[in-house]
Write a protein that binds this ligand. Structure first.
Ligand code: PXL
Length: 289
């Protein structure tokens, strides 16, 4: 039986982020991806002049229709969310869609809640986000099975000063991960973690088993927009293919590196995102499909 997830985030029409990467990656991994678009933008917000049409008013009617049709989801994956009201409505959505029905047995099991608390990078919030929103996002994260902030987002979630790369130790990251789990999520993963200039990866903490896990890959000294969304989408896809959390994150980290390599190979690559399309065959092979 094919798994079905719903991803809740904006659609940036050009720019290879949010839904335009989540959909193809998750579908390619053999998982049905339903979408609940929260806004339509001409491009992501790093490109000057972007348009923005809010779709908050659609969240409840869409969810009511799905409820009537008795659709359930194996996972709810949230990315970029733009307002307090959206956080509230998506929390309500999670209350409504807490379980998934196994069509074969008719039994219900919990829906996996995967939250990427998209808010910023390099110590700064993206255009339109405020410290108050970050505080609300930390409450929103409480119900997650997995959250995947980068260091900027982790610091905003905890209300602490940003720790730039090269200034933090492994012990400090462990402390951040424990404190993030104290907010409520079952597993916390810090992305883009680096303790050595030429290596980058993730470090995670599972609250239930009180265990840390780490995975580092080669670092390519280039920064690309949208890689966080690619990483999160591939992790959700791998989880839905029954890989463990740490395996899923490692697959996603390797895939993200492959995407960056593909972009660098291509001198015509557009600079608003990576050539993830060329790396999809690698990903499918990597998960044994
Ligand atoms: O990649 C995260 C993201 C998603 N959606 C929108 C964004 C960004 C990052 O800037 O602007 C609209």
């Amino acid at each position: 039986m094919m798994k079905r997830i719903v991803t809740i985030q904006d659609i940036s029409c050009v720019g290879k982020c949010s839904l335009t990467v989540a959909l193809p990656i998750i579908s390619a991994m053999g998982v049905e991806a339903a979408v609940l678009p929260t806004a339509v933008l001409s491009t992501h917000t790093a490109i000057p002049g972007f348009t923005f049409r809010d779709l908050t008013a659609e969240i409840r009617p869409i969810s009511e229709h799905w409820k009537q049709e008795r659709y359930t989801f194996d996972a709810i994956y949230t990315g970029y969310l733009g307002s307090f009201e959206q956080l509230e409505l998506v929390t309500e959505f999670m209350d409504e869609f807490q379980t998934v029905r196994d069509e074969a047995t008719g039994k219900e099991r919990p829906t996996c809640v995967f939250i990427d608390p998209v808010m910023g990078d390099f110590g700064r919030l993206y255009s339109g986000f405020t410290p108050e929103f970050a505080r609300e996002m930390s409450r929103f994260c409480a119900r997650a099975d997995v959250i995947v902030p980068n260091m900027t987002e982790a610091c905003w979630l905890l209300g602490m000063e940003y720790l730039p790369e090269g200034t933090y130790t492994e012990n400090q990251v462990r402390d951040i991960l424990r404190r993030l789990c104290d907010l409520g999520p079952k597993n916390t993963v810090l992305t883009g973690t680096s303790f050595q200039e030429d290596r980058v990866g993730f470090m995670g903490f599972c609250a239930e088993t009180e265990t840390f896990f780490t995975y580092m890959t080669e670092r390519i000294p280039h920064s690309f927009h949208g890689t966080g969304d690619i990483f999160a989408s591939a992790t959700v896809g791998a989880l839905m293919n029954d890989f463990s959390l740490c395996e899923s994150l490692s697959i996603a980290a390797d895939f993200t590196l492959e995407c960056i390599r593909e972009s660098l190979k291509d001198s015509t690559a557009r600079n608003y995102g990576v050539n993830f399309e060329s790396a999809v065959p690698y990903l499918i092979h990597r998960i044994g499909k």
